[in-house]
Design a protein around this ligand. Structure first.
Ligand code: NAD
Length: 697
């Protein structure tokens, strides 16, 4: 027996205690111990029942992610081997669930004969979130206990349920108040006193509402609607149908086959890539994990506009007191009113308690005096996007902020190093580029300046996690990772208009491919004036820049998007539904005449390739220049900040799946097309394609 699973006997009840921190992952160190415990209890005639237990905080989180994609994951005994021993166990076997039983952890509990749980424990089969299905009998056992409908819901959403609900559904037999082990042993003794023996889920039948054929047809249709682009949910329905219509062992074999199929799909590989990529972003090669960090107890935000207000909410949501500074009374009142209205809307939707809103509002302290930031451990600047304004502010912050305070800028386009130079402490300065709405979007680009101290970077990455963000390190450049790539995507989207496409065709093509929102709907939502301002400035800074003037024509008419009631589309008052606008099409046609372009029909495939490969090519440059630490960081930026479809794994992962030689060949083709001079192949892309390699290792 290994140390990871302890065996003891209490008054005739064997107890197998899993002890593989932090989550009792069912790795190669734990599985043999569980099996040995079951065998020992079976062989001992004085043992009358068995309790399988983890810690009060974790029954088991399922597969050990540290062994993912390693031979250890399938080293015998497998979870299926354990399940067979559980089914064959001749005495009652009880799972005692504290904390959570997720994935393989719940499958282990399902192969026990009874289940007891602590109040609030979470039970779920989240495999679908990684594009796979529960592969150790979950799809066969769960419906036998809960009925087909509830089992399909749980497994296709992947969302866990609480022990109380599980008790009501029959997934848990008893809620244990007090000590879990004592409660489980008492439960076992009661079973024995009542003469109850093993109760195998495999011997039960699946409850299906109404005619099974109609039920599964309906279930397939509903699930298909919710899971466009993802194969796993439909496969789960198929497995539940097998559970309902075939003998247990056949269903199990079918589940295994579909599991193997899903593991190899691009969609599942993409979702697993995303899962691991998200856990990589905080690893910075020259900033070790044990780098000492600074204490962040209080924060300040300067500027309470669109971004400042949202950033202040992030701190309040995390329980960190935050001072909000504005330039004048009216702006301060407006900013605070917006914050209050945002919280109130969440309260109205029933997603936040009024007391919680009050508690958060109380953490936000509005002021007009910059001197009030003196005690803040971090100050985040979110004022107008102008270098003179920002430098002036940082000069004043330098004089006011306490020594050791982190001074951060939320700039989207300005040189963080030049802002840092306005202070006498550039080592304390870095960029924190939030995405709008800042209190909602998970992405945070953490911009490392040339002189940013390592502990400042480490502290900010840690703080980002506290704020519920996914931090990605970016070097200093115009647009950082996300917006610098986006500029190329925008450029192509506008060239496509000039050549003959309409905004709605381009949006439809990219949304059909999986983007959460097509580019023109996105421009209208963000406000066309924002891009216009940036273009005007860049046109001065980079006179060589080539871009389509068609977007300027829209802005000159004041068609700034949703907020103006019209942009690339028309909007009815109070509605965000884009309505194609013949006047916009006429304006585009006029623009084509002006620049002498005869429109042509453009296939959706070309639209997608040009826009997405524009991201990929610029991503390759960003990687080569060291602006991003790794290809997967770029993928995370697009997955969490730009509505890139998770089942495609991010632009760099997507390019890997297409094959870099193919991506390169397409770009070479585009070089001979419209505005072909704008396509400069990134050297890294050319090199990796020639070597038959990938961006993501
Ligand atoms: P905004 O115009 O909505 O808000 C700026 C606020 O700063 C205004 O309320 C203004 O009164 C205040 N302000 C200006 N100078 C000040 C000073 N010296 N002291 C105190 N307050 C001052 O702008 P925003 O959209 O919130 O953008 C703020 C920053 O965030 C900019 O650098 C912008 O580039 C960046 N950013 C914006 C977005 C976005 O989507 N809006 C996204 C990421 C980053």
């Amino acid at each position: 027996m290994t140390e990871a699973a302890a065996y003891s006997v209490h008054d005739g009840i064997a107890v197998v205690t899993m002890n593989n921190p932090p989550v009792n992952g069912l790795g190669s160190v734990l599985r043999p111990g569980i099996l040995a415990g079951i065998q020992r209890a079976e062989a001992d005639p004085t043992v009358k029942a068995l309790v399988l237990i983890g810690s009060p905080k974790a029954f088991s989180g399922g597969a050990d992610i540290r062994e993912f994609n390693t031979p250890k994951a399938s080293q015998p005994p497998t979870l299926q081997d354990i399940n067979r021993a559980q089914d064959a166990f001749p005495k009652p076997m009880i799972a005692a669930i504290g904390g959570f039983a997720l994935g393989g952890g719940l499958e282990l509990a399902l192969a026990c004969h009874y289940r007891v749980a602590l109040p609030g424990a979470q039970l779920g089969l989240p495999e679908v979130k990684l594009g796979i299905l529960p592969g150790a009998g979950g799809t066969q056992r769960l419906p036998r206990l809960l009925g087909a409908a509830k089992a399909i819901e749980m497994m296709t959403t992947g969302n866990p349920i609480r022990a109380e609900e599980a008790r009501a559904l029959g997934l848990v037999d008893e809620i244990v108040e007090g000590d879990l082990l004592e409660g489980a042993i008492a439960f076992a003794k009661r079973l024995l006193a009542e003469g109850k023996g093993p109760r195998r889920i495999r011997d039960m039948t699946v409850r299906v509402e109404g005619d099974p054929k109609q039920f599964f047809e309906r279930a397939r249709a509903e699930v298909a609607k919710r899971s466009r682009g993802y194969p796993a949910p439909l496969e789960i329905v198929g497995c539940v149908e097998a559970a309902a219509s075939r003998p247990f062992d056949e269903g199990l074999a079918y589940e295994r086959e579909r599991f193997q199929y899903l593991v190899e799909t691009v969609e599942s590989k993409a979702l697993r890539h995303m899962f691991f990529a998200e856990r990589q972003t905080t690893k910075i090669p020259d900033v070790p994990e044990d780098t000492p960090t600074r204490e962040i107890r209080t924060a300040a935000v300067v500027g309470a506009g669109t971004m400042g207000g949202g950033i202040a909410m992030c701190f309040a949501n995390a329980g960190i007191p935050v001072t909000v500074v504005e330039a004048n009374e009216a702006a301060l009142e407006r900013g605070m009113a917006t914050i209050r209205a945002n919280y109130a809307a969440t309260v109205a939707k029933g997603r936040l308690a009024q007391e919680e809103m009050d508690r958060r509002m109380a953490l936000i302290r509005p002021t007009l005096a910059l001197a009030d930031v003196a005690q803040a451990d971090i100050v985040i600047e979110a004022v107008f996007e102008r270098m003179d304004v920002k430098q002036d502010l940082f000069r004043r912050l330098d004089a006011i902020a306490k020594p050791g305070a982190i001074l951060a800028t939320n700039t989207s386009t300005l040189d963080v190093n030049a802002i840092a130079q306005a202070t006498r402490r550039p080592e304390d300065v870095l960029g924190t580029h939030f995405f709008s709405p800042a209190n909602v979007m998970r992405l945070l680009e953490v911009v490392r300046g040339a002189r940013t101290a390592k502990d400042v970077l480490a502290t900010t990455m840690k703080l980002a996690k506290r704020l519920g963000k996914v931090p990605v390190v970016s070097g200093v450049c115009d647009g950082f990772i996300g917006n610098r790539m986006l500029e190329k995507y925008v450029q192509q989207s506008l060239f496509l208009l000039e050549e003959g496409a309409t905004p709605q065709q381009i949006d439809r093509a990219l949304e059909g491919w999986g983007m959460a929102m097509g580019p023109f709907r996105m421009y209208d939502m963000a406000g066309n004036d924002i891009g216009w301002e940036i273009r005007k400035r860049r046109a001065k800074e980079r006179p060589e820049m080539v871009y389509s003037k068609v977007a300027d024509r829209i802005c000159e008419r004041g068609w700034f998007g949703q907020k103006a009631g019209r942009g690339w589309y028309r909007y009815e008052p109070g509605s965000r539904t884009p309505i194609p606008d013949p006047e916009v099409e006429a304006l585009i046609a006029e623009h084509r005449r002006e620049i002498g372009v005869a429109p042509r029909a453009i296939a959706d495939e070309e639209i997608v390739e040009r826009c997405i490969y524009a991201l990929v090519n610029e991503g390759a440059r960003i990687l080569e220049e060291g602006i991003a630490l790794r290809a997967s960081d770029i993928d995370i930026v697009y997955l969490t900040g730009y509505g890139f479809p998770p089942y495609r794994g991010g632009p760099m992962f997507y390019a890997d799946t297409v094959g870099l030689a193919k991506v390169l060949a397409a770009i070479e083709r585009f070089r001979n097309g419209y505005q072909g001079g704008q396509w400069q192949v990134a050297p890294l892309l050319a090199r990796l394609a020639a070597e038959g390699k990938r961006f993501n290792g």
